[in-house]
Design a protein around this ligand. Structure first.
Ligand code: NAD
Ligand code: UGA
Length: 363
């Protein structure tokens, strides 16, 4: 197929682009930054376009016209940004993404839209007056695409503007499906990890996701900060497992993905953020540490201290992946330790490579 991939230069986008090229597709990769596709930028079936989709008049319609399939991964996807620049998050994640969807509706092109597990919001166990017999029962935080409610916090907790923007986009796609027979597939990723996720804070200004903060603390010896003691829980999925599922959604054999929403996640990989920090520190100590260097301490901070006023956390989210199992015969295989080791190997080698280059340069 001729695939237009918007946001192809990102964490998920760069891995997906590589897989689509391996499958023999021709890919037009559009992104504001393309450094993460550097290692295969000269592939004969790859066309890269460095573009800011907010630029008026950029050639979205022509690119959609030339494509058999459109994939939209573009978004601000880091919680620090939801608190810091909520309006920009709304404009990019809803207004700009809606323009992409409507170009696909006009030209009747299938769209794969990346949404988020954050649409589910907070679990019922986090509600003050829920009166649950066993709040810790995983059923209260297990989410099914077509039947689970979406529980968000109050407006003053503007962390939820990301989730809300994505949820509204999903509802608009659903409406276009009903009223214009529009064909889309929505993907709700649950916390993917792998090489090329975000950036390390000591290398670039900004607020990445938790893995990058913990990896940076281990490499630089800074304390590991646990928001609210790291009690929140997540189910982590290794990027290679996720890409396998996405490839099956792209292929869409027998049209099983038409107008469907898919959770992509690993229900067996639930950890608390504290447990993840302890596991990363352990792995670092065993695999990379120069014994002279002391491993960093874990310190607890509040959400307001770490992200700013307006932050609220999603306490727990477990994906029900029955649909991906039954319609796509997909099953995640990587466990948390394996994915942390593989991802930490990537960053430690990259860090040491950079250090070696500097050393040679200084010599
Ligand atoms: P990412 O930040 O690595 O990728 C987003 C890409 O969009 C970046 O390459 C960025 O340069 C590009 N972009 C942003 N603004 C742009 C603009 N104005 N013009 C052109 N390009 C622009 O994030 P990711 O983790 O790869 O996420 C991809 C998608 O999946 C997003 O929609 C995100 O909300 C969703 N998602 C990801 C996860 C996950 O675990 N990684 C979980 C849930 C949802
Ligand atoms: C993420 C982002 O919103 C999106 O990438 C995405 O839509 C979705 O969820 C996903 O990845 O599936 P979240 O899981 O909260 O949100 O992302 P992180 O920033 O990685 O935070 C995870 C947890 O670690 C939160 O509880 C946060 O408070 C905590 N944290 C973060 C720390 O304890 N210490 C840190 O240094 C950073």
């Amino acid at each position: 197929m001729r695939i237009l991939s918007l946001g192809a230069g990102g964490f998920i986008g760069s891995h997906l682009t590589h897989r689509l090229l391996t499958e023999g597709h021709r890919v037009v990769a559009v992104d504001a930054s393309l450094e993460k596709v550097d290692d295969f930028i000269h592939h004969p079936n790859l066309t890269v376009i460095q573009e800011d989709i907010r630029r008026p008049g950029w050639d979205l319609n022509d690119l959609v016209a030339d494509a058999d399939l459109v994939i939209d991964l573009i978004a601000y996807a880091n919680p620090g940004l939801y608190v810091k620049i909520p309006l920009e998050v709304f404009r990019l994640n809803f207004i700009e993404n809606l323009k992409i969807a409507e170009a696909c509706v006009r030209q009747q092109k299938r769209l794969i839209q990346f949404s988020t597990c954050e649409v589910y919001g907070r679990s019922a166990a986090s509600l003050k007056h829920a009166g649950l017999r066993d709040p810790d029962d995983p059923i209260h935080a297990t989410y099914t695409e077509d039947t689970s409610e979406c529980i968000l916090g109050p407006v003053a907790k503007h962390r939820w503007i990301y989730s809300c923007a994505k949820q509204l986009l999903e509802r608009v796609l659903h409406a276009y499906g009903l009223e214009h027979d529009f064909n889309y597939t929505i993907i709700r990723p649950f916390n993917f990890i792998g090489p090329k996720i975000d950036f390390l804070p000591h290398e670039k200004e900004g607020i990445p996701r938790v893995f990058s903060f913990f990896m940076d603390a281990l490499l630089t010896g800074q304390p590991i900060k646990l928001v609210n003691g790291g009690s929140s829980r997540r189910c982590y999925t290794y990027i290679d497992d996720a890409i396998e599922c996405m490839n099956r959604i792209v292929m869409n054999s027998r049209g099983v993905c038409d107008r469907q929403i898919f959770n992509i996640g690993s229900p067996r990989n639930e950890v608390s953020i504290r447990q993840m920090a302890i596991m990363m520190r352990e792995i670092y100590g065993e695999r990379y540490r120069d014994t002279a260097v002391r491993l960093p301490d874990l310190v607890s901070v509040t959400g307001d201290e770490f992200y700013g006023v307006g932050y609220e956390d999603s306490d727990r989210r477990i994906p029900d992946i029955t649909k991906a199992r039954t319609l796509l015969a997909w099953e995640p295989t990587w466990n948390v330790r394996q994915m942390l080791e593989a991802t930490m190997d990537y960053y430690v080698n990259r860090h040491r490579g950079a250090a070696a280059t500097i050393a040679v340069g200084n010599a």
